[in-house]
Design a protein around this ligand. Structure first.
Ligand code: IPE
Ligand code: IPE
Ligand code: MG
Length: 254
């Protein structure tokens, strides 16, 4: 665990508690570039990225944000060099093992989204253990997208629904958004209100394609290992300045 920053333990005074996002999703990008800038191997960026994520999770608790979803590994990330993929899988496993006690103390409920069956067996075991042990915790809901792909998630939902139609449990005209959502990895959870991407890239990279339909998107040039509470504060200030119209007219104008 890194030391907590000495400031920003409490919700910054300029943020409105009643207008915080309930659910923040984050594309944690820029670990490799951060390491390169420091003259370090890429894997050191991933290590530092874990510290950033731990503090962001704590920060959600401190500031009263109920759910955090973090993109840890995409279905496309298998295309990276084997050493990096192996390092990440081992890192995920170690972090889960080391952090379980603290997640229990902090009342975090951890869940995973993605195609978990393709992950190394030992990692799957740690995932099952952490999900099982934290399942009754009532604090922050922490979802980790691991071997996650939005297109794959949608395809899996389509297959499951098609099977139900084939078996006569459902007719095509009964398929609506609610039924579709029930077949996504995120079934039963609210959509992200705010999607943060670090490292300046203006893309979604196959993350939560269905669920971000009306998320407010915030992109910062900060690289993920540098994303601290001040950066999060800036993201939340930007979010609170947005006019979420959901296709209707502005509440100020109507
Ligand atoms: C994000 O950082 C972490 C993962 C995708 C696992 P990157 O590893 O993509 O870092 P950059 O984008 O190369 O700097
Ligand atoms: C997105 O980052 C995936 C994760 C953060 C896990 P990438 O670095 O893989 O995305 P691209 O390649 O820049 O789109
Ligand atoms: Mg990247």
């Amino acid at each position: 665990m890194t030391a907590k920053p000495i400031t920003l333990h409490e919700l910054p005074a300029d943020l409105h508690r009643d207008r915080l996002p309930q659910h923040v999703a984050v594309i944690m990008d820029g670990n490799g570039r951060w390491a390169k800038n420091q003259g370090l191997p890429r894997i050191m960026g991933h290590r530092r990225g874990v510290d950033t994520l731990k503090d962001m999770l704590r920060c959600c608790k401190d500031w009263g944000i109920g759910a955090l979803t973090a993109y840890a590994f995409s279905t496309e990330n298998w295309g990276r060099p084997l050493e990096e993929v192996d390092f990440l899988m081992t890192l995920f496993e170690r972090v889960l093992r080391q952090e379980l006690r603290e997640m229990m103390e902090e009342d975090v409920q951890i869940q995973f989204i993605g195609n978990l069956s393709a992950l190394p067996h030992s990692l799957q075991q740690e995932i099952t253990r952490s999900v099982e042990e934290t399942r009754h915790n009532k604090g922050t809901q922490f979802r980790v997208a691991t071997n996650y792909g939005g297109r794959q998630e949608i395809l899996e939902a389509c297959r499951a629904i098609a099977t139900q139609v084939q078996q006569g449990h459902l007719t095509p005209d009964q398929i609506d958004e609610a039924i579709f959502e029930r077949h996504l990895y995120t079934a039963g959870t609210c959509d992200p209100d705010l999607l943060i991407r670090t490292s300046g890239e203006m893309r979604i990279s196959n993350f939560l394609l269905w669920q971000v339909a009306y998320a407010e998107i915030y992109v910062t040039n900060a690289l993920w290992p540098d994303f601290d509470r001040s950066e999060f504060h800036r993201a939340l200030s930007a979010y609170q300045a947005r006019d979420r119209r959901f296709g209707k007219l502005s509440s100020a104008r109507s």
